[in-house]
Write a protein that binds this ligand. Structure first.
Ligand code: NAP
Length: 289
C-alpha cells in the first residue's frame, strides 16, 4: 500500500456505480511496482454532479481519471480538449488534468489493438472483419479497425438501427468499407465464413446460459476470434473457436492495455503490464497468486 503524504499524487476512476471496478487493483499494483508516490482511487460520481466533480478534480490537482458507465459520453461537452480518437468514438474513457484544463482521450481502440499484437497476432490490414454488437465498445473496435486499414468491416447487431447508425457515422473516417448485416442472415453467415477477424463486442457470453450469436458451422479455422468480454475468461464463443482450431484472443488484454495507456498519459512512466494483468486476474477471477 502506498504511504500517503503531502506529495502523494492522485489518479482514479469515476462511475456510477464504481464499486465494481477492478481498475484500482490493477493500477495500484503497477504504482507499487514502480515505487511511485501516487494512489488510484475510485470516485462515486452521480450523473447530476459530473461537472462539479470535474471542476473539483481541477482544483485538487488530480492528475487524471478513468471514466466508466454512465459518464463516457456525457463527459464530452465538459472537456476543454478532446483527442481525435475520443472524437471519433464519441466518448472519453481517460481524462488528463493539466494547468487548470481537462483533456479527454479514449484508450479503448489502442487497447484493443495492443491486446491483439501482444498475442503475436497481426492486425489483418487489407482483410475483412465481422463485429458483433453496436454499443460503446463496438464504436472503439470499429474505429480501431477502420484506422488500421482493413478493407471491409461488417457490423451485426440485435437492434439493426444502431448498427446502421454506427455505419453512417464511421463510414468516412478511412477507406475501409463498412456494411451492416442482420444476425443469422445469409449475408452474415457468408461474412463470417470469409472473415479474417471476428470480434464479439456484445455482452453475450458473460452468462453461462447465453446463446451463441453465430452458427459454429460458419466459422472457418483461419478466422481469428477476438472476444472482448473478460468474465468468464473463456466464453462459449472462445470455446467453440478454440475447438474449431481458430486463433483466439480474450478480453483481459484489451482491459489491461487501455489502462496501461492511460497510466502512461497521466504519470509519464510505462507501467509493467504483466503486473497489471496479474492484479486484474486476481481481482476478477479471485485467483490465488
Ligand atoms: P453497451 O454499449 O451496452 O452495448 C451492448 C451490446 O451488446 C449492444 O450491441 C447490444 O445489442 C448487445 N447485446 C446485449 N445483450 C444482447 C443479447 N442478449 N443478444 C444480442 N445482443 C446483445 O455495452 P458496451 O460498453 O459496448 O460493452 C459490451 C461488452 O464489452 C461488455 O461485456 C463489456 O464488459 C465489454 N467491454 C470490454 C472491454 C475490454 O477492455 N475488454 C472494454 C469495453 C467493454 P442491442 O443494441 O440490440 O441492445
Amino acid at each position: 500500500m502506498t504511504k500517503i503524504s503531502g506529495h502523494t499524487q492522485i489518479v482514479g476512476v469515476i462511475g456510477d456505480p464504481v464499486q465494481h471496478s477492478r481498475s484500482p487493483q490493477m493500477h495500484n499494483a503497477a504504482i507499487l511496482e514502480r515505487k511511485l508516490d501516487c494512489v488510484y482511487v475510485p470516485f462515486h460520481v452521480r450523473s447530476g454532479e459530473l461537472r462539479e466533480a470535474i471542476e473539483g478534480f481541477k482544483a485538487l490537482n488530480v492528475l487524471g481519471v478513468n471514466v466508466t458507465i454512465p459518464h463516457k459520453q456525457a463527459v464530452m461537452p465538459i472537456l476543454d480538449d478532446v483527442s481525435h480518437e475520443a472524437t471519433l468514438i464519441g466518448a472519453a474513457n481517460t481524462l488528463i488534468f493539466c494547468d487548470g484544463r481537462v483533456s479527454g482521450d479514449n484508450t479503448d481502440a489502442q487497447g484493443f489493438l495492443r491486446g491483439m499484437t501482444e498475442e503475436g497476432i497481426d492486425i489483418p490490414v487489407g482483410g475483412s472483419a465481422v463485429v458483433l454488437g453496436a454499443g460503446g465498445a463496438a464504436r472503439a473496435v470499429v474505429v480501431a479497425l477502420a484506422l488500421s486499414k482493413l478493407s471491409l468491416i461488417t457490423i451485426a447487431n440485435r437492434t439493426r438501427w444502431k448498427a446502421t447508425q454506427l455505419e453512417r457515422e464511421l463510414a468516412s473516417i478511412s477507406d475501409t468499407e463498412i456494411s451492416v448485416a442482420d444476425l443469422s442472415s445469409s449475408q452474415f453467415n457468408l461474412a463470417i465464413r470469409s472473415a479474417d477477424l471476428l470480434v464479439n463486442t456484445t455482452s453475450v457470453g458473460m452468462q453461462a446460459s447465453d446463446q451463441l450469436l453465430i452458427d459454429p458451422n460458419s466459422l472457418n479455422s483461419k478466422t481469428i476470434v477476438y472476444e472482448i468480454v473478460y468474465t468468464p475468461p473463456e466464453t462459449p464463443l472462445l470455446q467453440v473457436a478454440r475447438e474449431k482450431g481458430c486463433r483466439t484472443i480474450g478480453g483481459i488484454g484489451m482491459l489491461v492495455h487501455q489502462g496501461a495507456i492511460a497510466f502512461e498519459k497521466w504519470i509519464g512512466i510505462v507501467p509493467n503490464v504483466q503486473t497489471m494483468r496479474i492484479a486484474l486476474e486476481q481481482a476478477l477471477y479471485q485467483k490465488k497468486m
